[in-house]
Design a protein around this ligand. Structure first.
Ligand code: F6R
Length: 247
C-alpha cells in the first residue's frame, strides 16, 4: 500500500507514532522490539519525533534493539561521515537505549573478515527473533540499504560496490566524490524482506521519478526497490512531491 501525506513532517510523525506504539505494545508484554534503521536525510524527522516522544511523553528505548542497514567501507566509527556518528547525533545520544543493543555494520574490518562478520550480523538479528520493523529510504538508483542495481532478491548482508550516482549523491558530505568510499557493508534484500513490517519513506521531487519506478515499474533487479512490490507487509509512505509522478 501507498500512503501520501501532505508533507514530510506529517508523514514522519505518523511513522514515529507507529514505532512508538510498537515499542509500547511489546514493552507492555515484557518483550523486546527489534528495529531495522536507516541513515540519510529521509529518516531524520522520524528520529527527531522519537526523541521528542522520549523526552516529553515518556517513551523508553530500554527494551529496544537496533540494527542499522549499512555502513561505508572502509569507515572509522568516529569519522564525521560514518553512520555510527550519524546515528549518535540524530538519535542514540538523545534517548535511553542501551549501547549494547545498538548494531551497525563494522567499517573497520579487514576485507578478509567481512564475510564472517556479515554471517554473524544475520545470526544476531535472528537471535533476537528477527526484525519487527525495518524502515527504509530509497536512493536515486533504486537502492534500498546499499543494494544497488543488480542485487538479487535473496541477497544477504554483504560487501557491495556503490553505484556512481550513489557516490555522487554522497559527495557533499565527503567534500568531493573522490573521497566517498567505493564500497559499503549492507543488509541484503533478503535480510530486509525477513522483517515483519517494512516502511519505505520518500520525500521531495527529486525522488518522484524513482518512486514511480519503484511503485509502478516492472519488478527487476535494475531497480531493487521494485522487489518491495512483491510483499504486502511493505508500506510506501510518501509526501506529495515524492508521489507526484504516480498515476
Ligand atoms: C541509508 C540507506 C540508503 C538511503 C538512501 C536515501 O542507511 O540505506 O538506502 O536510505 O540512499 O538517502 P537519503 O535519505 O539521504 O535521500
Amino acid at each position: 500500500p501507498v500512503t501520501v501525506f501532505p508533507d514530510s513532517i506529517a508523514a514522519s510523525n505518523s511513522v514515529a507514532a507507529r514505532i512508538a506504539a510498537l515499542i509500547r505494545d511489546k514493552q507492555s508484554r515484557g518483550e523486546t522490539t527489534v528495529l531495522g534503521l536507516a541513515t540519510g536525510a529521509t529518516p531524520v524527522k522520524v528520529y527527531k519525533e522519537l526523541i521528542r516522544l522520549h523526552k516529553e511523553e515518556g517513551l523508553s528505548f530500554k527494551n529496544v534493539v537496533t540494527f542499522n542497514l549499512d555502513e561505508y567501507f572502509p569507515m572509522q566509527p568516529n569519522a564525521e561521515q560514518s553512520y555510527v556518528t550519524f546515528m549518535k547525533q540524530q538519535l542514540f545520544d538523545h534517548i535511553d537505549i542501551d549501547p549494547a543493543n545498538i548494531h551497525i555494520p563494522d567499517g573497520t574490518l579487514a576485507e578478509a573478515d567481512v564475510a564472517q562478520f556479515c554471517i554473524n550480523y544475520e545470526q544476531k538479528i535472528n537471535s533476537y527473533g528477527g526484525l519487527d520493523l525495518q524502515i527504509l529510504g530509497i536512493g536515486r538508483t533504486g537502492h534500498i540499504g546499499f543494494n544497488e542495481p543488480g542485487s538479487a532478491p535473496n541477497s544477504g548482508t554483504r560487501l557491495v560496490t556503490l553505484d556512481d550516482l550513489t557516490r555522487r549523491d554522497a559527495s557533499r558530505d565527503f567534500g568531493g566524490k573522490e573521497n566517498v568510499p567505493t564500497k559499503a557493508i549492507t543488509m541484503g534484500v533478503g535480510t530486509i524482506f525477513k522483517a515483519r513490517e517494512i516502511i519505505l519513506m520518500a520525500w521531495n521531487l527529486k525522488k518522484a521519478s524513482i518512486i514511480k519506478k519503484a511503485v509502478e515499474g516492472s519488478v527487476s533487479s535494475e531497480v531493487p526497490a521494485t522487489y518491495l512490490q512483491l510483499s504486502d507487509k511493505v508500506e510506501f509512505i510518501l509526501d506529495q512531491d515524492a508521489a507526484a509522478e504516480l498515476t
